[in-house]
Design a protein around this ligand. Sequence first.
Ligand code: HEC
Ligand code: HEC
Length: 218
Amino acid sequence: MKKWILLGFVTVVAGLLAVYGRDLLDLYRLLTHISTSSEARQADGGPWPRLTDACVGCHGAQGNSLHQGYPSLAGQPAPYLAAQLRHFASGERANPNMGPLALSLSEADIQLLSEYFAKHPAAQNGSFKPDPALQEKGKKLVASGGCAACHGEGLMGHDQFPRLAGQGHDYLLAQLNAFALGHRKDPSGAMTAIVTTLSADDRKALAHYLAALAPVAK
Ligand code: HEC
Ligand code: HEC
């Protein structure tokens, strides 16, 4: 008798598997997909809602901007990014977009955001087409200006010195002009002193050279 019950049970299970087996397998695959993709998200920027999502629209996915006027944050040194966010919040660095946003961030948010963008590799600025003559002039100015002494090898930045290689052209030019006009001041005064030696044409040439310079892997 027991044998028949067991056989009946096995038949029912086999029948159910035959009918629903595919769905069960699909369900299993879906659950695996959800857990692997949520692990990937966790490793990238933590679970939703993510603070970094607020930056994507202007600074691009993982901080690689697709717009020459909005700076890339990817691969910038974390101490530099944190200092800029604090300066936007205090008004030391004035910007209508970043000022109110930075004010809404806690110190823990600033640390998290800075470390997130610092760890993502900087992509090449592929959409900018430099003028070859300006690029050549910019290269000479970078050598004679000793920019690498502060901005690091390959102008990739470190500590409080930002990466310049592959940054957006319009953004670079705007910053050089802002230092020249006194609209942006750096705490050490180094950049303000350096731009006084540069003409408007020099600044243009530097922006062409730097925007087209390929970032090197750190
Ligand atoms: C509405 C557009 C916009 C959004 C959204 C935005 N930013 Fe910005 N951000 C800008 C602009 C424009 C600048 C350049 C400011 C300037 O010219 O001084 C900037 C500059 C910065 C800088 C300085 C970069 C440098 O190289 O000095 C940092 C750091 C920064 N943003 C962080 C963030 C973070 C973190 C978020 C998300 C929490 C964010 N931004 C969201 C527009 C935006
Ligand atoms: C003595 C050190 C020093 C030298 C040399 C130097 N810089 Fe800088 N530069 C800095 C510092 C520090 C900052 C960040 C300023 C701040 O914190 O606001 C900066 C910022 C910049 C920025 C703004 C970047 C951004 O993401 O907003 C540009 C552009 C720049 N430098 C270009 C140059 C160029 C071009 C040269 C060479 C002609 C040069 N710098 C030489 C120290 C230096």
